[in-house]
Design a protein around this ligand. Structure first.
Ligand code: HEC
Length: 156
């Protein structure tokens, strides 16, 4: 019996050491992977909202009351966009983010600001009911997505 407990205790110790070892070794790389995954999830959410908005703005779906909800979600992401490109999140997982983001941070910041501004302007008019004004602001918002992707996202 004593012997068996001894063996179990040894196995548990080995397992614990292995678990902690992996945790420490994987620390920074996991953080970068998490940052990349998070950024991609946020971008996918943007894609979802923009797709829904396109259906509403084109009048394919008759639910104007949904416009502010999507617009506010995009604007909230616009205000947080500067946080989703932390240093080091260019590696650690598959990413389409180009190194120039971190090589030319001042240039990149302009693309982030353009998006933040366009998303706030769109949210400001989305509930106003004037479809011409809404469509124009939506067009500007879409351009701010493309403006960043063109220079800072890998083409596939
Ligand atoms: C300031 C730059 C910037 C802006 C603004 C921006 N994006 Fe992105 N987007 C990126 C980058 C960089 C990637 C690649 C992310 C990665 O792979 O790590 C990306 C990826 C994406 C993806 C692919 C996500 C995936 O991995 O499946 C979608 C969809 C997307 N963006 C939609 C949008 C939409 C819609 C907007 C505007 C409402 C927008 N983006 C605004 C930089 C931007």
């Amino acid at each position: 019996m004593q012997n068996l407990f001894g063996k179990i205790a040894k196995l548990v110790t080995v397992a614990l050491i292995a678990a902690f070892g992996f945790g420490l070794a994987g620390g920074p790389a996991q953080a970068d992977e998490a940052s990349i995954k998070y950024r991609q999830s946020v971008m996918k959410a943007l894609g979802g909202h923009m797709g829904a908005l396109a259906s509403l703005v084109k009048g394919q779906i008759d639910a104007k009351s949904h416009l502010p909800g999507h617009a506010n979600a995009v604007a909230a992401i616009g205000a947080a966009a500067k946080d989703i490109f932390p240093k080091g999140s260019d590696a650690g997982a598959e990413t389409a983010a180009l190194p120039v983001i971190w090589e030319k941070p001042d240039e990149f910041a302009k693309a982030v600001t353009a998006f933040e501004t366009a998303s706030a302007q769109f949210a400001g008019v989305a509930g106003g009911g004037d479809m011409q004004v809404i469509a124009a602001a939506f067009g500007d918002l879409g351009k701010s997505c493309g403006g960043c992707h063109q220079t800072y996202r890998k083409k596939n």
